[in-house]
Design a protein around this ligand. Sequence first.
Ligand code: ATP
Ligand code: NAG
Length: 355
Amino acid sequence: MTVTTWRKKSHSVKSDLMPKLIPPILFLLLAILLVNLVLYQYLSNVSVSYGKTDMGLGVCPYGYFQLGTLKNCSPWLSCGIIGGEVRKLKRVGEGAVKRVFLSEWKENKVALSQLTMLELQEDFLHGLQMLKSLQGKYVVKLVGFCAEDFLILTEYHPFGSLKNLNQVLNLPKYKVFNTWHRRFMLAIDYVSIIHYLHNSPLGTFVMCDSSDLDKVLSQYLLTSDFHIVVNDLDALPLVNRSAGELVRCGHQELQGEFVAPEQLWPYGPEVPFEDSLMPPYDEMTDVWKIPDVTNFLLGEVEGSDLVRFHLFDIHVACKKSPAERPSAEKVLDSYRRVLTSLVRGTVMPGTRDML
Ligand SMILES: Nc1ncnc2c1ncn2[C@@H]1O[C@H](COP(=O)(O)OP(=O)(O)OP(=O)(O)O)[C@@H](O)[C@H]1O
Ligand SMILES: *[C@@H]1O[C@H](CO)[C@@H](O)[C@H](O)[C@H]1NC(C)=O
């Protein structure tokens, strides 16, 4: 934008000047051109590195959080404070394990999750444990918890889960964000989260709450600055390569096109499903699902098909047999490379038309 104004300026200057002033003007034009080039380079680097990092600053030490109006890190709220200072406002979501309420604590909006039924307390507590251990820019911020009463307090995200993405981006207010670029950045966020879960400090986790697209989307939240954080960590079994330990997602038979083929019952309809006979698998089931999630995130806007075209090869690879699939890291590298080349393409008009 700055670049265009400068060009306009240099035109009007040029037409008003005497011929004897031409050499200095030429020099000036050359200088402007150089500045433009540097700026182009800088801008494309900025937008690319934006995809890589900075999903929110405000890093607190383990056991502490920082929220909107509060400047400092406070320790996670405990049972007493949650019981006394947190006010429930309205229900905003419900899954199998948790009932979620928009709530208020010291003028901050927070999400209060309550266990739905005691039978599921193990999942609830596992989710809480994971939330505590995996805090960071990819995970919803923990504000407090009360394990005895099965309560978890997290940062509230008004856009809700990723399922709402299209409705949010279609609101007149947010239409300016409904671009291939922003949507591709969300896909990069998503794959970054999968990569993080596969390479966490605690080991390799598989995102098991993912038997269909809606299920996957409901595990993630859309932040108000249009990034993604993972919210529901209840169903995250650990793959231990060195110990040869693989996983199974749940005890029920999985069906459908969305899950990876190795998650399907392999012995045909004649043999009744039996959990203990089901062969276990690894984190490559998450990679199988990446193209479908990305496809949703890219949506139907100008340019999203061009992105799809560039992701074609890596997405084909994601659908190969588990051992042949690329790691989430490889997918991420490939996405970033495509983003870089597309950003360069938009900056230099013409290159996009060549396709
Ligand atoms: N921090 C939050 N801010 C805004 N909305 C939230 C927040 N946490 C949860 N929600 C909403 O509540 C829904 C249910 O939350 P969550 O996925 O934690 O419940 P669950 O019972 O574990 O779900 P599942 O049945 O997938 O296990 C989410 O999909 C989302 O729409
Ligand atoms: C994997 O298994 C080995 C051997 O049983 C064990 O020592 C190690 O701690 C396990 N790693 C994780 C991440 O659980």
